[in-house]
Design a protein around this ligand. Structure first.
Ligand code: SER
Length: 354
């Protein structure tokens, strides 16, 4: 039996009503700051408390679980959500400790939101826009030799993830494509209006004002935050470990840009600004923080995860379809954003605590 539409009348106002899940996470804050520039209503959701700085930019904040479909239905119908940034997820390292929980959050949570978005799109005759951050963890390459020989991967290659997180995200990309293009495709009562699903495969992302947790690309941000605080850091991957990177401002800009264009030809896009090894980062960080004490003590488990991820990603599709352009290489990113912003961040923290 088909699911009943949720509400029979379209929302009163055409205003963008945006739901951001996982709003307390690293991407949430930067994204909400950018979204705030427009005349939109922003509803934030997280299981954890949302920091005051982010909270103050939102029209409403709900504490709750993306696995609770009644709660999601309540939030989305109450706020007449017509746009979702679904950021809530358990990242790759954390997910390997609790794979079943990761599956619940990463897959069930996304599935509930897609289903609700489909019902709302049908009820209103307006496509609910669904923006989904995916990841380089959807790729899985068999060996380091093969990884280095493969170079920059395009979206269709090596899609054999070795992590729960990567498998979850790859499946949710397919689920999003299904709800966006093929939903109930043989049914006579197929709705005319389907979900407008779009996703970006993110590389390692570096933020100056937040420390990541639970990811496997965390080693570079951890290295930077330790150096800025004058703390020693033992990097958990080998010096020669290479993956693609970008800064948080570039990441949120790209999410907004991809979300703003009309009808992108594809629903899945690679993005990344530069590829760099852990050793290259350590060297560059020492130029800015000469006292930085960085050592390498690889953890075989986490090393295996990053070894299966691509050394780089080919972003031609994003460039051609919606004008994605990396802003900075590694040195420029450090010079123009990361180092000044991280210094400012810790100066502010030390003023607050003194
Ligand atoms: N940053 C993610 C992680 O490390 C990968 O996209 O899990």
């Amino acid at each position: 039996m088909n699911e009943p539409p949720l509400i029979m009348t379209p929302p009163n106002s055409p205003r963008r009503s945006i739901l951001v899940t996982g709003a307390a996470g690293e991407i949430g804050h930067g994204l909400i700051s950018l979204l705030r520039h427009d005349d939109v209503s922003i509803v934030a959701m997280d299981l954890r408390d949302v920091p005051e700085e982010t909270r103050s930019m939102c029209d409403e904040v709900h504490l709750g679980d993306v696995c609770d479909k009644n709660f999601l239905e309540h939030v989305m119908t109450m706020h007449e959500t017509n746009e979702i940034y679904h950021l809530a997820a358990l990242l790759s390292s954390r997910a390997e400790h609790v794979p079943e929980t990761a599956h619940d959050v990463n897959v069930q949570g996304t599935y509930h939101l897609l289903r609700l978005s489909a019902r709302l799109s049908e009820s209103w005759g307006q496509r609910v826009k669904f923006i989904f951050p995916s990841t380089i963890a959807v790729y899985g390459i068999g060996s380091v030799e093969e990884k280095m020989a493969a170079g920059a991967l395009v979206e269709g290659e090596h899609l054999s993830p070795i992590t729960m997180y990567g498998a979850n995200k790859l499946y949710c990309e397919s689920l999003g494509r299904y709800y966006g293009r093929y939903y109930r495709q043989v049914s006579k009562s197929r709705p005319e209006c389907l979900v407008d699903f779009r996703c970006l495969r993110l590389p390692g992302v570096i933020a100056a004002d937040t420390r990541p947790s639970g990811g496997t690309s965390d080693y570079v941000p951890e290295m930077l935050h330790a150096a800025a605080q004058g703390e020693p850091y033992a990097c958990f991957v080998r010096e020669d470990t290479v993956i693609p990177w970008m800064t948080m401002p570039e990441c949120v800009d790209a999410l907004m840009k991809m979300s703003s264009i009309d009808s992108p030809p594809s629903s899945v896009y690679n993005i990344g600004s530069f590829a760099a090894s852990a050793g290259e980062f350590a060297e560059a960080i020492r130029q800015h923080f000469p006292d930085a004490e960085i050592t390498f003590e690889p953890d075989q488990g986490r090393q295996n995860l990053v070894d299966s991820w691509p050394a780089d990603v080919d972003c031609s599709r994003a460039r051609e379809d919606w004008g994605f352009a990396p802003k900075w290489g590694m040195e420029e990113a450090l010079e123009h954003y990361i180092v000044p912003a991280i210094r400012k961040h810790y100066e502010a923290v030390s003023q607050e605590t003194s």
